[in-house]
Ligand binder design. Structure first.
Ligand code: FAD
Length: 473
């Protein structure tokens, strides 16, 4: 058995782990990354952000062609969506980005080990190869170990995920046939993005959600607007319904749910059921106990504000620790931990981590929601601008949605920006930039914005919030 020693050993190659590895390499630390799957990139690159955006883009084009081209004066008859080809294209995109991570590791002199990592003690990790047993088991020691093992889809205790008909997002991103009726348990980001994909291709899609809103953790205005848009696109919603059973009989999946308002149970029958009720932190097989690393009541590795676990020299980040389960949050933490190990004083501003839903219209938010400001009793002002009043949106025939800006009542500092509409996944970066510099709505209102752009809606909402008066409404 061989033994190697490192400054930093990273377990997991998702956006948290691989970005930490890049930064460690740049800082001159002798680094290795361990990944149990054959490809690097973790959930995000293999079965998450990237493949979902690839199929969202393909189906969005198809939807535009079938639903909007006529309005633009383009006749597009006999259009046909080819799901297997869309999936092949998605696979190529995934393989390109995963290869990119291998390139980054080599460029930054990071050793790559494929195998399942588990703790032997607080400074030693055992790696059992996952390539069919041909490789040699290794023991590695390190001054610092970063746990970046991410998350896995969770389910409800009474639902058995057979991964054929009762599926998670991973299988939903690899279907080779179009569901006739896709039932989705959970109205959060993943369920709505994947629901949109199949609804655009012609599947009947029914979403059953326990709470009284979709995307309930975002500003409530956004959920209401998105609900309206998605209903128009044909998705069916059952809010305030508690799912009590999901069973499979042959190629049929049956769901039962109890409405909070009382009355008869809802009974749905479909050919696929996507269970998207959240994700759980993943530490299976890591043998955390051997190192003495503690987890909290939700199974997340416990960390302090510096992302240190209770064991000196062991760090944790990304989906496996507290906070939003987002790729850019994991990456920001990856840079943070690498720089902390190198003795620097990095900072992550968790309030300014943006949240995006890639439905159409897109949804994005950053900072405090209106509900949070009310809860905290903070005095605020609100300004908004609808895309129906935007020249660019009218020219593009994408007039749904709005931008809402929340500011401190006394200083005009922007406290939250919440948007739904075309292209706002990119516009939210402007909000993050301004808020990072603690800018006021008036600052944005006085900045020149190219005309005509969707981004002007942010400026107009700021004009409205700062009391300067909208220029285009
Ligand atoms: P992960 O990406 O989960 O990576 C962890 C890695 O650790 C995995 O590769 C795993 O195999 C490996 N590992 C685990 N245990 C071991 C072990 N013992 N030994 C060796 N290796 C191990 N986020 C966004 O910000 N934007 C999006 O658009 C977005 N879309 C998403 C769409 C879907 C369908 C899903 C499922 C998720 C999406 N996410 C999105 C969330 C995002 O994928 C995660 O937040 C992100 O991947 C977390 O990164 P991570 O590095 O913490 O963990």
């Amino acid at each position: 058995m061989s033994a190697s020693s490192y400054d930093v050993l990273i377990i997991g190659s998702g956006p948290g782990g691989y970005i930490a590895a890049v930064r460690c390499g740049q800082l001159g630390l002798k680094t290795a990354i361990i990944e149990k799957y054959p490809t690097l990139g973790g959930t995000c690159l293999n079965v998450g952000c990237i493949p979902s955006k690839a199929v969202l883009e393909s189906t969005e084009l198809y939807h535009k062609a079938t639903a909007q081209f006529a309005e633009h004066g383009i006749a597009a008859d006999n259009l046909r969506a080819d799901l297997p080809r869309m999936m092949e294209r998605k696979d190529k995109v995934v393989s390109k980005v995963c290869d990119g991570v291998v390139y980054l590791m080599k460029k930054n002199k990071v050793d790559i080990l494929h195998g399942v990592a588990s703790f032997v003690d607080a400074t030693t990790v055992r790696v059992v190869p996952t390539d069919g047993g041909s490789g040699e088991e290794q023991r590695l020691t390190a001054k610092n170990i970063i746990i970046a093992t991410g998350s896995k889809p969770s389910t409800l205790p009474f639902i058995t995920l057979d991964k054929e008909r009762v599926i998670t997002s991973t299988e939903a991103l690899a279907l080779r046939e179009l569901p006739k009726h896709l039932i989705i348990v959970g109205g959060g980001v993943i369920g709505l993005e994947l629901g949109s994909v199949y609804a655009r291709l012609g599947s009947k899609v029914s979403v059953v959600e326990y709470t009284d809103a979709i995307i309930p953790s975002m500003d409530r205005t956004l959920g209401k607007e998105l609900l309206r848009s998605l209903k128009k696109q044909g998705l069916e919603f059952y809010l305030s319904h508690k799912v009590t059973a999901v069973t499979r009989e042959g190629e049929t999946v049956k769901l039962t749910a109890t409405p909070a308002a009382g009355g008869a149970d809802l009974q749905l029958e479909g050919d696929y059921c996507l269970v998207s009720v959240g994700r759980r932190p993943y530490t299976d097989g890591l043998n955390l106990a051997a190192a003495g690393v503690e987890v909290d009541e939700k199974g997340r590795v416990k960390v302090n504000d510096e992302l240190q676990t209770n064991v000196p020299g062991i760090w944790a980040l990304g989906d496996v620790v507290r906070g939003a389960m987002l790729a850019h949050k994991a990456s920001d933490e990856g840079v943070f931990v690498a720089e902390r190990i190198a003795g620097q004083k990095p900072h992550v501003n968790y309030l300014l981590i943006p949240n995006v839903v890639y439905t159409w219209p897109e949804v994005a938010g950053v900072g405090y929601t209106e509900e949070q400001l009310k809860e905290q009793g903070l005095a605020y002002k609100s300004g908004s601008f609808p895309f129906s009043a935007s020249g660019r949106a009218l020219a593009g025939a994408d007039t749904e949605g709005l931008v809402k800006v929340l500011t401190a009542a006394d200083t005009d500092e922007i406290l939250g920006v919440h948007m739904i509409g075309a292209r706002i996944a990119d516009i939210v970066a402007e909000a993050v930039a301004v808020m990072s510099f603690r800018g006021a709505a008036e600052d944005v209102a006085l900045m020149s914005h190219a005309h005509p752009t969707y981004a002007e809606a942010f400026k107009e909402a700021c004009l409205n919030a700062s009391g300067l008066g909208a220029l285009n409404m």
